[in-house]
Write a protein that binds this ligand. Structure first.
Ligand SMILES: *[C@@H]1O[C@H](CO)[C@@H](O)[C@H](O)[C@H]1NC(C)=O
Ligand SMILES: *[C@@H]1O[C@H](CO)[C@@H](O)[C@H](O)[C@H]1NC(C)=O
Ligand SMILES: *[C@@H]1O[C@H](CO)[C@@H](O)[C@H](O)[C@H]1NC(C)=O
Ligand SMILES: *[C@@H]1O[C@H](CO)[C@@H](O)[C@H](O)[C@H]1NC(C)=O
Ligand SMILES: *[C@@H]1O[C@H](CO)[C@@H](O)[C@H](O)[C@H]1NC(C)=O
Ligand SMILES: *[C@@H]1O[C@H](CO)[C@@H](O)[C@H](O)[C@H]1NC(C)=O
Ligand SMILES: *[C@@H]1O[C@H](CO)[C@@H](O)[C@H](O)[C@H]1NC(C)=O
Ligand SMILES: *[C@@H]1O[C@H](CO)[C@@H](O)[C@H](O)[C@H]1NC(C)=O
Ligand SMILES: *[C@@H]1O[C@H](CO)[C@@H](O)[C@H](O)[C@H]1NC(C)=O
Ligand SMILES: *[C@@H]1O[C@H](CO)[C@@H](O)[C@H](O)[C@H]1NC(C)=O
Ligand SMILES: *[C@@H]1O[C@H](CO)[C@@H](O)[C@H](O)[C@H]1NC(C)=O
Ligand SMILES: *[C@@H]1O[C@H](CO)[C@@H](O)[C@H](O)[C@H]1NC(C)=O
Ligand SMILES: [Zn+2]
Length: 690
């Protein structure tokens, strides 16, 4: 078999970014915006929290975070600084340290040799821009892939779209013998980000590129991790247990690749792809969603027989090293109930103004707001835990190790996990959440004034309804993953771009303070609004007498998942007995109704013992959705209601054990997971029933 290098395009959502409805056939019925008062009516505590937010102080926090190397495991000072800010505002703060495997770039190179012998050498660098201070820092971070393999490769190469199993299958159908696995002949991998996501905001459409305008700078490189995140996140040397200095270490080859890879810009990719024009099948013939991108002059051919070759080298320093999670706590009066709020701190670049430090800046301002409220004598009912994670970018390492360490306490006390990663990369609010959080998270949008395209008289809810209006399903790609897969209901929130907004330079040097303050969020006004929203959400979950969670909302959501499963089954002509799932859903529905009845009684009678019973049911029921054995071949992922798709990277799959077995054509396995999933739903129901 011929050895090949492959060139893979990335489109759509990635780590840190919320998956919207891409690849997912699930649409919510839009709610009607019929009950929004403007300006929003707030009670006294809400008003104190909202008024505490200041865009100028947010920009100060943002400036700090975006002017120093904070690649995972490299900036303890920044972790301590975060702990100190939170402590100033009244949180008891500490650093939780883990000893993990990471790797860092040493050197790399790439060369294209045309069939006539001429050589092209891509720069592998992002242009230094005089306007943007951190792009010229001497310690700026090279372009590289986290957890990539050190090695050299040289061979003819092909283009394989997004490199998913379906893409490789299509190539096989077209006569090309490659498989989606390093063991089957792939010797190296070059990944570029195609400008096709940018819609009309492109230089080709006459829009100036950053720093002169909002279009993508053509030298942008999207760094990222190449860990197999849909199999196992966290430190690859400690699957399922926490990473202390003396922890036993496992073989990492199941969760990180063993072939070298490099990320490149579309500018560097252009000649490499052009050299394939006319060879193999063209993009039109391949006819796969997302195969043909928008690089001028490129036909997106597969490229067999081009005789052009790529020569690559990737040298990394593999290392066991310390990472630092910052944890800040305010004890609640009920210490057996806790709400956790998290954001990661590490970035692939010196900047990281959107990913993740828009969230980090917002979290300090949130700590300040709660500090103001505590000055009035207020105390939360439930314990509030703030977390600033390290090493999210490599594979959710800081949050996963932390969850693994505190598992018994989390299982006993965690009410919800609220995640903010990219808090702001554009003006449009977006959320993805487990069903129990849908009602409170949409309701509270009505209390937030959302500055939007020059208007100042609309709520977040109005804007969200107009632009999105759907609560996404959680897949993976940010730090909620470990919580969700241990049965803690979660939400991921932030504001992103629409098709006409400035292009966000994801995981690039241009995700900088300068970009943020000139294009992403001039004046830091969206930062302020999303921070106010997260703060009210935390406030209500931490202090409402009756936990504002809606277990009953799992019924309509799971009914939709079941419909989608039926469609998947029908499209493969298979038959499966879904009776156990239908039965479990009916039992769940009845139990959730009993729960609602009991809750009404507790509220009308103001019986505090009853209220505690109801609150604990709401806290505990979603633990039932998890199964010890996890999903087939990926024990880590225990939630049987939603999980990242095995082959989609981060996009969610619902009833994943069943759905993926159906897709893979193993009906025995599918039937097994029908039973397991039904059982999990029954366990959740048994917690709710009265
Ligand atoms: C409208 O909102 C108010 C205040 O939030 C609430 O009391 C009322 O029940 C709502 N009405 C409807 C029809 O939803
Ligand atoms: C850590 O981050 C801070 C703030 O961005 C920066 O001033 C400092 O130089 C960084 N430390 C290192 C070792 O890069
Ligand atoms: C070799 O081929 C490349 C790509 O077609 C072309 O740009 C270059 O001019 C050619 N070199 C020679 C010496 O013909
Ligand atoms: C780009 O502009 C064209 C022409 O105005 C329009 O039809 C199309 O919908 C736009 N595409 C996007 C993604 O906005
Ligand atoms: C792509 O290939 C098909 C089949 O060979 C051909 O009909 C079509 O014209 C080609 N399209 C382009 C854009 O070259
Ligand atoms: C591409 O595939 C779709 C769906 O399989 C099919 O309907 C369409 O005709 C194909 N287009 C071409 C150009 O082959
Ligand atoms: C890999 O390539 C680099 C850069 O060309 C070179 O310095 C190094 O010696 C090569 N390593 C091996 C093992 O061939
Ligand atoms: C919070 O409660 C825990 C457990 O009771 C206790 O150990 C800790 O000291 C308390 N922290 C503060 C800041 O009161
Ligand atoms: C907001 O204000 C603008 C300009 O004053 C006005 O045209 C618009 O109708 C207002 N919108 C709402 C929702 O009040
Ligand atoms: C904060 O917002 C005000 C009012 O919109 C604006 O004038 C100011 O420049 C903003 N501050 C920063 C640091 O951007
Ligand atoms: C399912 O069966 C129909 C009708 O027999 C057939 O046309 C279709 O190709 C089959 N689909 C699959 C995926 O086997
Ligand atoms: C289908 O799944 C079962 C486990 O339930 C397994 O024993 C079997 O090997 C699988 N079949 C195939 C073809 O993978
Ligand atoms: Zn992130």
């Amino acid at each position: 078999m011929k050895l090949i290098l492959v060139l893979i395009a990335t489109f759509g959502a990635h780590a840190c970014q919320r998956e919207r409805t891409l690849n997912y056939p699930h649409k919510h019925v839009k709610r009607q915006a019929n009950n929004v008062t403007f300006p929003p009516v707030l009670d006294r505590n809400e008003q104190i929290l909202i008024d505490s937010f200041d865009n100028t102080s947010i920009s100060t926090w943002s400036y700090y975070y975006t002017h120093g190397d904070h690649v995972a495991g490299r900036n303890r000072t920044m972790a301590q600084w975060t702990a100190d800010r939170w402590a100033e505002f009244g949180f008891t703060s500490k650093l939780d340290e883990y000893y993990v495997f990471l790797n860092y770039p040493v050197s790399h190179s790439l060369q294209l040799t045309y069939s006539n012998g001429t050589v092209f050498t891509p720069s592998l660098q992002e242009a230094v821009l005089p306007e943007d201070d951190t792009t010229s820092y001497p310690n700026r971070i090279p372009t590289f892939h986290g957890y990539s393999f050190s090695g050299n490769a040289s061979a003819e190469y092909v283009y394989v779209g997004r490199g998913q199993q379906v893409d490789f299958n299509r190539l096989k159908a077209l006569g090309l013998k490659v498989k989606n696995a390093q063991e089957h002949g792939m010797i190296g991998c070059v990944i570029f980000s195609d400008p096709s996501d940018d819609g009309n905001v492109t230089e080709a459409k006459g829009v100036a590129a950053y720093p002169n305008g909002p279009a993508r700078n053509p030298t942008t490189v999207q760094r990222g991790s190449v860990q197999f995140l849909s199999i196992y996140p966290g430190d690859p040397t400690t699957p399922g247990y926490t990473s202390k200095e003396d922890s036993p270490r496992a073989d990492i080859s199941l969760s990180v690749p063993r072939i070298p890879s490099l990320p490149i810009s579309w500018k560097d990719a252009q000649p490499i792809l052009k050299a394939l024009n006319g060879y193999g099948a063209n993009g039109t013939l391949v006819n796969r969603t997302g195969w043909v991108g928008a690089i001028p002059g490129v036909q997106y051919n597969t490229g067999q027989g081009s005789s052009a070759t790529l020569t690559m080298s990737n040298q990394m320093e593999d290392k066991m090293t310390w990472i630092w999670d910052v944890v800040g706590i305010i004890n609640g009066t009920n210490q057996d109930e806790a709400v956790i709020v998290g954001n990661h701190r590490d970035a692939w670049i010196v900047g990281g103004a959107a990913d993740p430090n828009s969230g980090s800046a917002v979290l300090i301002e949130l700590a300040k707001a709660f500090g103001k409220l505590m000055e009035t004598g207020w105390k939360p009912t439930r314990t509030i835990v703030l977390c600033s994670w390290d090493a999210e970018e490599y594979g959710l390492v800081g949050s996963t190790e932390w969850v693994e360490e505190y598992m018994p306490w989390l299982k006993a006390a965690a009410v919800s996990y609220l995640n903010v990663d990219i808090a702001v990369s554009g003006p449009i609010p977006g959320i993805a959440a487990s069903p129990d959080l849908h009602a409170i998270s949409t309701e509270l949008m009505k209390k937030i004034v959302w500055p939007y395209r020059g208007t100042t008289n609309r709520t977040m809810y109005d804007v969200w309804m107009e632009e999105d209006g759907e609560v996404g399903v959680l897949g993976s790609g940010s730090d909620y993953t470990s919580f969700l897969h241990r049965g803690v209901g979660s939400i991921d929130l932030g504001a992103g771009r629409g098709p006409t907004d400035p292009v966000y330079h994801y995981h690039s040097n241009y995700d900088s303070f300068h970009w943020m303050s000139t294009f992403g969020d001039p004046g830091f006004i969206t930062h302020k609004a999303i921070g106010q929203y997260l703060t009210l959400l935390l406030y209500h979950i931490a202090s409402d007498a009756s936990l504002p969670l809606e277990p009953a909302n799992y019924t309509p959501e799971m009914t939709t998942y079941l419909k989608n499963l039926n469609t998947a089954i029908a499209s493969t002509n298979s038959t499966l007995d879904l009776g156990p799932l239908r039965y479990a859903l009916a039992v769940f529905e009845a139990s959730a109704q009993q729960f609602n009845t009991l809750r009404s009684l507790a509220l009308t009678t103001q019986n505090s013992e009853l209220l505690t019973v109801v609150n604990h049911k709401a806290r505990d029921f979603s633990r039932g959705f998890t199964s010890q054995g996890g999903l087939p071949g990926r024990e880590f992922f225990q939630n049987l209601i939603f999980a990242p798709g095995l082959d989609t990277g981060y996009a969610p799959a619902t009833f994943p054990g069943v759905t993926e077995a159906v897709t893979a054509g193993n009906l025995t396995l599918a039937q097994e997971y029908v039973e397991k999933t039904a059982m999990a739903i029954l366990v959740a129901a048994s917690t709710l029933k009265t």
